[in-house]
Ligand binder design. Sequence first.
Ligand code: ZN
Ligand code: ZN
Length: 246
Amino acid sequence: MKLTVVGCSGSAPGPRSAASCYLVEHEGFRLLLDLGNGAFGALQGLADPDSIDAVYLSHLHADHCLDVAPFVVWHRYSGRATKKQIPLYAPVAAERRLALAYDAGGEGITDVFDFVPVGPGAFTLGPFEVALARTAHPIECYAIRLTAGGRSMVYTGDTGPSERVVELARGADVLLAEAAHPPGGDLPAGLHLTGREAGEHAAAAGVGRLLLTHIPAWVDEIGQLFAASAVFSETELVRSGATYEI
Ligand SMILES: [Zn+2]
Ligand SMILES: [Zn+2]
């Protein structure tokens, strides 16, 4: 598998990155994980939008899904789209919510996307074996495990501390984990991980490598990296445009 970071800014687009979006490729199949604000711009510098075979949305917070709207605009009006309908895997409310975000009127956006509602469990998506687990987040959100060619990666989506996420990530080669919360302060439970908690999840799951992401522009990313590295040494910060062979 090849992972490309399209956008990694946490909770909102930042000055150096769009919000959450990751491209995962295997055997010529191209899957997008999330399409947060600003990500469609960065995506065009990394891949032809017409080459995207499927989209997965972890949840329907703006920083993970709103660039479905420019994707629809491009698909309808660029004259470069050849694919008829792109499968879009997302929590059940996605079709209505994203049509409203686009202000699509009665016609919706099903000319571009074939909505596939997801829940906890396993299924096959192109060349990937997929498993999903509900995270600790105020709205329905699923962490995703992708396995292909004997390798595996897990993307947490947004989550607070979660045993289900640790179980999903058990033995994975790569854990792409959010670390949005700075240490200390009054942190709401069941929302995001601190850097240290991301490291603890990686250690508890026994993963090969931890990639820290979803750090907001207003949080000290080096502090998050140090906190995670203190409990799990194979840790690095992702950057927009970075690629990883998994
Ligand atoms: Zn988020
Ligand atoms: Zn969220």
